[in-house]
Design a protein around this ligand. Structure first.
Ligand code: NAD
Length: 488
């Protein structure tokens, strides 16, 4: 714990609302950030209220004009230096993520690498303007199209990827020339504070990045949504909260990007390479203990290979080591809270009552006192079970057998969620035909991972609006303006 305390001191001041380059005490005092592995206090963090929410917008406003006018190359170099710092501090940042989120160090290091890549990608995009110039069809005039920063952006992030969800927004927002106010989840504010410090040290002027940790998200975000100076909301979190914020944003017709919940199907066709599908399933399901919006939530496996697939998956899951994320041998750390454990346990019970059976379940070492849950494979799950209808967010893999392709697609698409999906087949054409029929923003084909900074991440239906990553991610922070120029 001393080691983590030192990292906290080094990377993120233990009491800091970051406003206009100052690290201020919280107007509501402090709140504790707990280690989900043992419920100990990692750090006390400043707790901001609505006064500081508004002060953060004041600072973002004061910095906005100069930042929008800063040459793209200069903005790019700041992002690039911040990328290099994240790479340099990879291990310390990973320890910080593990301390406040619980995930294994291996997963945390992978997250830092992924998170840093958003800064590099958008450092590169910042200097590639796109626009248009040409004659209007009727002649006589010229049309010039350009893009400008949307304005002050409010960024709201969840606890499951404390680094990547922050940089996936900060990278494009800063590259586009927006100043930001960021509210990290109260479970994991330290990583966001550390990243903000790295961006400051990389040369971002005071007020460009403001971070407002709080235990009162409705008040702080509410203050931003009703502030006419805020021009953009980028939210990542649950569909329930996203819906609430969209309602509030409607009053101001606010530009919104929404990365919401998922319920990813993992489809295995009869001709799939079963060991490869099991490898993919281990990544898609158990990364971060299953607490990912892209996590495979329901496994639909063709009846001809379902026994083989389930047996191989069970063998792999039984070998998973549950433990404190900070222990190098750990595969699966704790869940974020006791409530999360209780919720997922309830989903298992419901499936068992409907006729499912446990094909594999590891044990949680008795000396562990945090929010641990044993990784579990459920076989013979019925399609109506809550565990396939709801987002699990835990290391539980329900397997459903299928026979008829039309029935399969009805199950796959019979949900209001549409974030990620996975398809396994040795025949790429069959896999593509299936993938195109799936209502999801992203499909991993013979892969258990879809996240990539150079690709447009996002969902359809109630999984969200807009995309993060790629060129599309930059456009979320830009307005299009065109000039009609009289040429006569
Ligand atoms: P959450 O919706 O509870 O919280 C997300 C953020 O919203 C946090 O910062 C929280 O403090 C804030 N918040 C909560 N209530 C609020 C309110 N009334 N007003 C304003 N802000 C409020 O979600 P979570 O439990 O932190 O994260 C898990 C969810 O996030 C899952 O559903 C997961 O699928 C989703 N998620 C989606 C993506 C994606 O890219 N689509 C990525 C990661 C997580």
């Amino acid at each position: 714990m001393n080691e983590v305390a030192a990292i906290v001191r080094g990377l993120a001041p233990s009491s800091g609302v970051l406003i206009g380059g100052d690290w201020r005490p919280g107007e509501l005092g402090t709140f504790d950030v707990d280690d989900p592995a043992d419920k100990s206090v990692v750090a006390a963090v400043a707790n901001a209220g609505t006064g500081q929410a508004r002060a953060a917008v004041d600072a973002a406003e004061a910095a906005a004009r100069a930042w929008a006018g800063t040459p793209p190359r200069a903005r790019s170099e700041i992002l690039h230096r911040a990328f290099e710092s994240m790479r340099r501090d990879r291990e310390a940042l990973a320890r910080l993520i593990t301390a406040e989120n619980g995930k294994s160090l291996r997963d945390a290091e992978a997250e830092v690498t992924y998170a840093a890549e958003f800064l590099r990608w958008y450092a590169e995009e910042a200097v590639r303007p796109d626009g248009g110039y040409g004659p209007a069809p009727a002649g006589g005039t010229r049309t010039v199209v350009t893009h400008r920063p949307v304005g002050i952006a409010a960024l709201v992030t969840p606890w499951n990827f404390p680094a990547a969800m922050a940089t996936r927004k900060l990278g494009p927002a800063l590259a586009a020339g927006c100043t930001v106010v960021l509210k990290p989840a109260h479970e994991t504010p330290l990583t966001a504070l550390a990243i903000a410090r790295l961006i400051e040290d990389a040369g971002a002027p005071a007020g460009v990045v403001n971070v407002v940790p709080t235990t009162e998200p409705a008040d702080v975000v509410g203050a931003w949504l009703s502030d006419p100076r805020v021009r953009k909301l980028s939210f990542t979190g649950s569909t329930a909260v996203g819906r609430l914020l969209l309602r509030q944003a409607a009053d101001r017709v606010l530009n919104c990007s929404m990365e919401l919940g998922g319920n990813a199907p993992f489809v295995v066709l009869d001709d799939a390479d079963v060991p490869a599908a099991v490898d993919g399933a281990m990544i898609a399901k158990f990364r971060g203990g299953g607490q990912a919006c892209t996590a495979a939530n329901r496994f639909y496996v063709h009846e001809s290979v379902v026994d083989d697939f389930t047996a191989q998956l069970a063998l792999r899951v039984e070998r998973l080591r549950v433990g404190r994320g900070a222990e190098p041998a750990t595969d699966i750390g704790p869940l974020i809270s006791g409530q999360a454990v209780a919720g997922a346990t309830g989903l298992i019970d419901d499936a068992l009552q409907r006729g499912a059976r446990i094909a594999a379940q590891t044990s949680v070492p008795s000396e562990l006192s945090g929010h641990f849950m044993a990784p579990t494979v459920l076989a013979d799950v019925t399609p109506e079970a809550r565990v396939v209808q709801e987002e699990i967010f835990a290391p539980v893999a329900p397997v459903v057998a299928w026979r008829d392709q039309d029935e399969l697609l009805a199950m796959v698409n019979g949900t209001e969620m549409g974030l990620a999906a996975y398809v396994y087949s040795r025949d790429l054409k069959r896999a593509m035909v299936m993938s195109e029929a799936i209502e999801a923003g992203m499909v991993g084909i013979n892969r258990g991972l879809v996240s990539d900074p150079s690709a447009p991440f996002g969902g359809v239906k109630q999984s969200g609006l807009g995309r993060e990553g790629a060129r599309e991610g930059l456009a979320e922070y830009q307005e299009t303006q065109y000039f009609s120029v009289d040429w006569s």
